[in-house]
Design a protein around this ligand. Structure first.
Ligand code: PMP
Length: 425
């Protein structure tokens, strides 16, 4: 590896070239800074010196405000599984649009999307919709707290369960004031002990079967099984946050693991690429939302069953995202990860690719990466690789995050891998 000062200098050079090549993105960023803090309303997509403004997307191609084209390996942090402007999704939205929206009543699509979800996820007896993954997790945890009457929630260090449910650096001061307990990801014995010791105060345990934002870190089947056993033994609802991992199999990571959580949360692509969240699970828990019950819990939400989202989500799940399509996409991710890991091992570079199927992480360490604590603070190298890849025409998440989308094929995967290998060389 080059010396640190060398990396800092190279990064400064690369940023200067980036700024010179993107005057219109810079101008738009500066315009935004007058009205949005730091020009930003979504921290995840901020990047120094300024992010690219994207003006067009088609298939797996993005175009920025200065007219550069990129192959999209970010896939909108998993929400963009269909790629941009998929004809089936577009048709569904246009058809729904033709009948009008903001109708203020149940529509003909919401039951279809609920059926599609419940039939894919056997652990979801009943489901409710909302507007984001954040909201889905808040509602699942709040339901568990209401039903159990207990205040606490066990989550895992590094987890991202939403804009106000994040644990990348302890418990975020923005998180709701639940009694949070933080365990170590992939520590099966430790997690089982925490559940046993705190069972009397725990309303729920929430876990990502693969930690996405933390670094695309797969959960050990033994860790997740231990959580299932401990929570079942102590009657603590287990929430699987499958907002990202639902794409790993038709029935999500829980299908691959053979684990049945009590509640599951979904979002992102399940809404066809429009604003969406869902939470569902055991009938005895979810039926508390049945408005006809005398002890019904209320859950409103103007856009919970937004007609465009319901139509787009239904079309995607029932007409595009077949088992074969999911299998092919996850195979492409394995191809990318295996190739990069073989290259890094062969060259003896401090680099590895983590993840599962179509969720891929890029890291400047040889690994193994079992939790966020195993990742080095390599912000400058990450920045340098990111700018190198943009220069070669590939976009992905600067922290080393890749979510593949359906329009990608082997040629794009191999081109991306070759560009990373060029950098590592
Ligand atoms: N859970 C996980 C695992 C996520 O990755 C995210 C978003 N990146 C969320 C929840 C929150 O979803 P949303 O951005 O729709 O609120």
């Amino acid at each position: 590896m080059p010396a640190t000062t060398d990396i800092a200098e190279r990064l400064a050079d690369a940023e200067a070239r980036y700024a010179a090549a993107n005057p219109e993105s810079r101008r738009l960023h500066e315009q935004r800074t007058r009205f949005l803090p730091g020009g930003n309303t979504r921290t995840t997509i901020h990047q120094p010196p300024f992010p690219l403004t994207i003006v067009h997307g088609e298939g797996a191609r993005l175009t920025d405000a200065d007219g550069h084209e990129y192959v999209d390996f970010l896939g909108e942090y998993t929400a963009g599984i269909y790629g941009h402007s998929h004809p089936v999704i577009l048709e569904a939205i246009r058809d729904a649009l033709a009948d009008g929206f903001v109708l203020g009543a149940p529509n003909r699509y919401e039951g279809l999307l609920a059926e599609a979800i419940c039939s894919r996820f056997p652990a979801i007896d009943l489901v409710r919709f909302c507007n984001s993954g954040t909201e889905a997790n808040l509602l699942a945890l709040s339901l568990a707290r209401a039903v159990t009457g207990r205040p606490g929630v066990l989550a895992f260090a590094g987890a991202y369960h939403g804009g106000i449910l994040l644990f990348s650096d302890g418990v975020s001061p923005l998180n709701p004031p639940f009694e949070w307990l933080l365990g170590e990801y992939n520590d099966a014995g430790g997690a089982a002990r925490l559940v046993a010791e705190h069972a009397g105060e725990l309303a729920a345990v929430i876990v990502e079967p693969l930690q996405g934002a933390a670094g695309v870190i797969p959960g050990d089947p033994a860790f997740l099984s231990a959580l299932r056993e401990a929570t079942a033994a102590h009657d603590v609802p287990l929430v699987f946050d499958e907002v990202m991992t639902a794409r790993l199999a038709p029935g999500g990571a829980q299908e691959l693991l053979g684990i049945r959580p009590d509640l599951t949360t979904l979002a992102k692509f399940v809404g066809g690429g429009l604003a969406f969240g869902a939470f569902g699970g055991r009938a005895d828990l979810m039926s508390r939302f049945d408005p006809a019950r005398p002890d019904a819990l209320q859950h409103g939400g103007t856009f919970n069953q937004d007609v465009l989202t319901m139509a787009a989500g239904t079309a995607g799940l029932t007409r595009v995202l077949t088992a074969a399509a999911i299998g092919r996409l996850n195979g492409l991710g394995n191809r990318l990860r295996d190739r990069l890991n073989a290259f890094a091992a062969d060259r003896g570079v401090d680099f590895c690719s983590t993840g599962s199927g179509s969720l891929v992480g890029l890291h400047f360490t040889r690994g193994p990466v079992r939790s966020a604590a195993d990742l080095p603070d390599a912000a400058e190298l990450r920045g340098l690789l990111h700018l190198h890849m943009l220069d070669r025409g590939y976009s992905y998440g600067r922290r080393g995050f890749i979510a593949l989308s359906l329009p990608l094929g082997e040629a794009e995967i191999d081109g991306f891998a070759a560009a990373v290998e060029e950098f590592l060389s």
